[in-house]
Write a protein that binds this ligand. Structure first.
Ligand SMILES: [Fe+2]
Length: 466
């Protein structure tokens, strides 16, 4: 049975009975009810993506068994002849769009660096064959896409950033989402939002493994047994993403790590750390995962930025607990969202200090990035025009990272495909990084000036006071 969120109930109570019965705003013209064919098909990596992958999909309630056919990616069309059936499990999910089932199928024992095809079943037939590629065992160069919050106007506005990233980037191996994929907790139809999120990425999300971090908007309000208000993960998250389950005990849906071709990706849950009293447990787990790793590169994904670009204060508890660990264990990149602006911090003391340190040949520590793909924009805080090497407001972006044996090439593009920021992390023989900025002219930084935005239209970035 679908139950509206506490927030929706509270809002309805505040607005009064005249509007309490008005329906929540649905996505225009986009019916997201489940059907007899599978939709919302999403591929996620296993902890060892050379051997393990997982697939989730949604059907209407008639399809109670979770069936996936897996086959080697033949060059000819007779895929079914070589297919084997892999069974999974399913759970019901009742929402504003009616009853549905979410299915999960885990694939194990795969061959490294090998293409496969799969399809999944609904009551009225199979999906198309979808092609994936397992990771190579050990180091092999690859590239991936990193997206900040898609959260708002996911289909109408954020999809442009997602799709530009996907078609301008040759064969991305992964898509990394730094949280707030949707805007749950706001007064919206959440099942529509998940429909929009899937529609924005389309078949790519079924073919390219998705590395997802949970943001604060992945949580919804709940009632604690003592009557106080709490937070729990929204009902879609754990059904939509079959994550490796190798994270902090009790937080397996939102903390995990994967080793992909010589890169250890560690995903943390800032909301649970800040609001659900799990910071110490996450920090201990993080330290173990960093200490044990022999990976050539280490990348952390977490939603709330340690160094903010919009909020007046940095995220103190996360900064105090995690920054020393990132430095001690030589994390290369920290990929974040939440602030709805762009920021690349390579030196806490600011861009001038960063430039001076680079010119003196100083070693580079972790680089902290914040980005946003969707429509909601926050204005820059006091520090954000002088602390980051580069920042932006009122700008939709996506990033690509090229992983090479001794270099990470990080590029930020605006939604129109314009190169906005570029830097390389160059690894020396002692394992230390130095940051360089490739020659070439970048556009003037995009800032609002008073009421005026950078597109000769009113600035849409609103200031964030908390
Ligand atoms: Fe957000």
């Amino acid at each position: 049975m679908y139950r509206p969120s506490l927030l929706a109930l509270a809002l309805a109570a505040c607005i009064g009975s005249a509007t309490a019965t008005e329906p929540l705003p649905h996505s225009p013209g986009a019916p997201y009810a489940a059907t007899g064919l599978a939709d919302r098909i999403v591929l996620t990596p296993g902890a060892n993506p050379a051997r393990e992958m997982a697939v989730t999909f949604r059907t209407d309630s008639r399809q109670t068994s979770s069936h996936l056919q897996l086959a080697p990616a033949l060059d000819g069309p007779q895929l079914e002849k070589r297919a084997t059936l892999v069974e999974g499990s399913s759970q019901p999910l009742d929402t504003e769009n009616g009853a549905a089932r979410y299915h999960q199928v885990r694939l194990a024992g795969l061959q490294p660096d090998t293409p496969y095809v799969y399809r999944v079943k609904g009551a009225e037939g199979w999906s198309e064959w979808l092609q994936l590629r397992t990771a190579a065992q050990g180091f092999k160069p690859f590239r991936f896409i990193y997206l900040g919050d898609t959260q708002n106007d996911i289909l109408s506005i954020a999809s442009r950033s997602v799709r530009q990233a996907l078609h301008a980037t040759a064969s991305p191996a992964l898509v990394v989402h730094a949280g707030d994929l949707t805007s749950q907790r706001d007064d919206l139809v959440h099942d529509d939002e998940w429909g929009e999120w899937n529609q924005a990425g389309g078949f790519h999300y079924a073919a390219v493994p998705q590395v997802v971090a949970a943001g604060n908007h992945e949580y919804v309000d709940s009632l604690n047994p003592d009557g106080s208000e709490g937070r729990v993960l929204g009902p879609h998250w754990a059904k939509q993403f079959a994550l490796p389950g190798n994270g902090v005990k009790g937080l397996e849906s939102t903390t995990y790590f994967i080793d992909y071709q010589g890169v250890r990706f560690i995903v943390l849950d800032g909301t649970a750390a800040l609001d659900l009293d799990t910071l110490d447990r996450q920090s201990q787990w993080l330290e173990q995962r960093l200490k044990e790793s022999q990976a050539r590169w280490k990348i952390v994904v977490t939603h709330q930025p340690l160094f903010t670009c919009a909020r007046p204060e940095d995220t103190g508890p996360l900064k105090a607990a995690w920054k020393p660990l990132f430095e001690r264990y030589k994390v290369d990149l920290v990929l974040q969202g939440h602030d709805h602006c762009y920021s690349r911090v390579s030196n806490e003391n600011g861009r001038a200090a960063a430039k001076k340190a680079r010119a003196a040949g100083k070693v580079q520590g972790p680089v902290y990035m914040v980005s946003v793909a969707g429509s909601k924009m926050y204005g820059l805080n006091d520090r954000a025009r002088r602390q980051p090497d580069r920042s932006a407001e009122d700008t939709q972006l996506y990033q690509t990272v090229e992983v090479l044996p001794t270099r990470l090439e990080v590029r930020s593009f605006t939604a129109s495909g314009t190169l906005y920021d570029a830097f390389d992390l160059n690894r020396d023989k002692q394992g230390r990084n130095r940051l360089s900025e490739p020659a070439g002219k970048l556009p003037v930084e995009r800032f609002c000036s008073g009421e005026a935005g950078p597109d000769q239209l009113p600035c849409t970035s609103r200031s964030k006071s908390l």
